[in-house]
Design a protein. Structure first.
Length: 83
């Protein structure tokens, strides 16, 4: 039993491909995958953009809060430096 390591061609045919044949096969596979891509509608795009912006805003607030907490703790532990 032989293992197929992700190659779409099997047997001696895959060994006969030269470098340009392998590049052509790769480009053909890329184009086949690009044909499967579905473009979102305007409404879907707007909703997804809103979700991303909301997530980014929440993460910014979380990091700002943690920065304030750790800054305050550091100030309490080590004392406030000269102003």
């Amino acid at each position: 039993m032989t293992a197929n390591h992700g190659s779409s061609a099997s047997g001696p045919e895959s060994r006969r491909r030269g470098p340009f044949g392998r590049i052509a096969l790769f480009l053909r596979q890329v184009l086949d995958e690009l044909r499967k891509v579905v473009t979102p509608t305007g409404d879907e795009l707007l909703k997804m953009t809103g979700v991303v912006l909301a997530f980014v805003a929440v993460m910014i607030m979380l990091v700002m809060g943690l920065d304030w907490v750790f800054g305050t703790l550091a100030g309490l532990l080590f004392g406030a430096g000269p102003a």
